[in-house]
Ligand binder design. Sequence first.
Ligand code: XIL
Length: 348
Amino acid sequence: MEEKNGLWKHYEQNFRVGAVLNGFTVRDPEITGLICREFNSVTCENELKPEATMVRERSEGNNIAVSLEAAAPILKFCEDNGIALRGHTLVWHSQTPRWFFTEDMTPDGAFASRETIDCRLESYIKNMFEALSSGYPELKLYAYDVANECVSDDPARTAADGMREPGFGEGKSPWVAIYGGDGFIERAFELARKYAPEGCSLFYNDYNEYWDHKREFIYGLCRRLYEKGLLDGIGMQSHISAEPDGFTGVAAYTAALEKFASIGCEVQITELDISCERGKYDAEAQAAKYRAVFSAALETNRNGGRVSAVCIWGSNDSNTWIGSDNAPLLFDSDNKPKAAYFALMQAE
Ligand code: XIL
């Protein structure tokens, strides 16, 4: 095990600092070395999503079989190196096979009933937590995104039941179609509460959380779940740009962070990347924005908030979902720390 003295250490008294691994980056010793040195949380980029874990061939009746094969090298790396894992994600309209939702479990059948999906959901959640704890008994699973991206971006919808449009594909939600509204969210949290191991906080995770109408809706939804004892925290994905003001600016961002923290639940920044928008913003502007986000998290905690992790969505600028030309991460393509990294090592 390498000596650990990087970013995670700087923030140890406040929150975990995380990064992402995937099936490719976990095989790159320079990247795994960097993770050991700088971070104390890892999220699997795609390997724990329903499409990577649900196994049609072995599912029987409404019991959804699971496989951790894709995630295995990452889970093993975390377990061996004492790095905590954020689970991502159980209930999502995206990256979930259509057969899970259909009566006959075929990719093109008609949607099943709510009762059927309730059973399948329970088995999936139960089997996932069992596979994780039996396969990786020493793994510290400290947080899990139970439900991801359920709330609509459309102000007309957040003024009503807040959910995405029912359907499949193009951003539509089969969950909403089958449950006829938001009932699947509470159900998923009840089941996660039943099967998650001790010490694993349960999260609702979403994006565009700094958009006022969406922020208010997420606030109400999560407050109700928190008051029922089902939810432990809110995840702010935070795929933002280096612009200091405007839609993803520091003021809008901080307002959302403070509003969510005021519930009393944990808040985690779960998928932070700060795009330079193909050179529109330079490394210094990006560093200032990274520092502002981390400083806002520290300040929230000074004011009694419970920000428990800030996680970066990627390992280096060659391994980012939004394209290397946006250079959104803390390390460049050669794993060299950028201005943003040094700014974070100074933030207080
Ligand atoms: C992204 C991954 O980074 C990509 O590799 C994949 O092709 C699509 O999903 N919100 C989420 C993450 O919750 O799971 C998404 O990850 C990024 C947006």
